[in-house]
Design a binder for this molecule. Structure first.
Ligand SMILES: NC(=O)c1ccc[n+]([C@@H]2O[C@H](COP(=O)([O-])OP(=O)(O)OC[C@H]3O[C@@H](n4cnc5c(N)ncnc54)[C@H](OP(=O)(O)O)[C@@H]3O)[C@@H](O)[C@H]2O)c1
Length: 309
């Protein structure tokens, strides 16, 4: 008989940058019965092996019904929907869910660079505080309810493919480096993030209760990424120097024009490339989770060739 504690796993959201690869990795592992919790108005389409549960996310009763029988809930909701997790936590506790993975997927130590970005950072922190409170309460009553926050730094391959780290692939071959571009930050390829999630729910279930887990493919900087691209292609990148001050002013302008998502992305990047201590993990849990430390140059070369990472 299997001793796996977390067998029935439901992914809230399940589509998008991180939801899609997590869902695919859970299915590919063959270790779980996989469901998705999707909002009623969602038009997302899921693989046939997934049990799709539609629920009105404002209805506690609907959410409890959808979560009954689930051992773990993985949140992949975007930041605009982060507050929905308050309802999800209440429903998960009532439904008897044993593990809650909130929509973290970044770096909990990065402080808001400007006051306008505080609501997003504070929003994530508030969810962790609520989870701590609910877990303590539930455990005092003998109920197994635990949380695990997953920190991965920047999604490396995704960030490079979409230009999120201000380093742009061919044909542009440009980069905008902030304050010299040598600020070091932790980053993780999406396949390593998803392998980490599978490991947290299976081999490292007990060791990952009620804490943050740090996963990292490697730590790098904008300058190092540009150098890796130049080495891989034998071509020069046009590098524009910019500063934190200039970029925060750009973000402010976006915010004032109500371009909130792009302003928010600038603020996130400000935290990542700041050169401060917080964007680089002091310790990582790769070993516990059986994850490799990867090579940035190798990742860049695979990405340019279109090989899977
Ligand atoms: N470390 C990094 O580099 C990095 C990069 C990007 C994102 N992230 C983090 O990853 C997490 C997910 O972001 P993402 O970019 O993957 O999001 P995304 O691509 O925008 O995906 C959004 C998901 O949330 C669901 N959703 C959206 N609005 C919702 C609502 N009001 N109620 C319920 N569900 C809703 C969507 O489902 P439907 O629309 O189908 O309902 C979809 O499944 C966030 O915590 C973000 O901070 C980290």
């Amino acid at each position: 008989m299997s001793s796996q504690v977390l067998k029935n796993v439901i992914v809230a959201g399940g589509r998008g940058v991180i939801g899609t690869p997590i869902l695919n990795a859970l299915l590919a592992s063959g270790l779980f019965n996989v469901s998705v919790l999707s909002r009623v108005e969602s038009t997302a389409v899921f693989p046939p092996a997934v049990n799709v549960k539609k629920a009105d996310h404002s209805s506690h009763k609907d959410l409890v019904e959808a979560l009954k029988g689930q051992d773990a809930l993985i949140c992949t909701l975007n930041d605009e929907a982060g507050g929905v997790q308050v309802q999800l936590i209440d429903a998960a506790v009532e439904a008897g869910v044993k593990r809650f993975l909130p929509s973290e997927w970044g770096n909990c130590h990065i402080k808001a660079p400007v006051p306008e970005s505080e609501p997003v950072v504070e929003g994530k922190n508030a969810i962790i505080e609520l989870l701590k409170e609910k877990a303590t309460e539930a455990q005092a009553k003998g109920q197994e309810f635990h949380w695990t926050g997953v920190n991965v730094g920047l999604f490396f391959d995704w960030s490079l493919e979409v230009g999120f780290m201000d380093v742009f692939l061919q044909p542009t071959k440009t980069a905008k480096v902030w304050d010299g571009g040598s600020g070091v930050f932790s980053s993780t390829n999406l396949s390593t993030v998803t392998a980490g999630v599978v490991a947290i729910l299976s081999i490292a279930e007990a060791e990952t209760r009620d804490r943050f887990v740090n996963i990292e493919s490697f730590a790098t900087s904008q300058r190092e990424v540009v150098a890796a691209l130049e080495k891989a292609t034998g071509e020069k990148w046009t590098v524009e120097e910019t500063s934190m001050r200039e970029q925060l002013a750009v973000a402010q302008e976006m915010y004032e024009k109500e371009d909130y998502l792009n302003a928010f992305y600038r603020w996130i990047l400000a935290g990542v490339v700041s050169g401060r201590e917080e964007p680089r993990f002091k310790t990582v849990d790769n070993e516990l989770l059986g994850l490799p430390h990867e090579d940035m140059q190798e990742t860049v070369e695979k990405l340019l060739k279109g090989d899977s990472i």
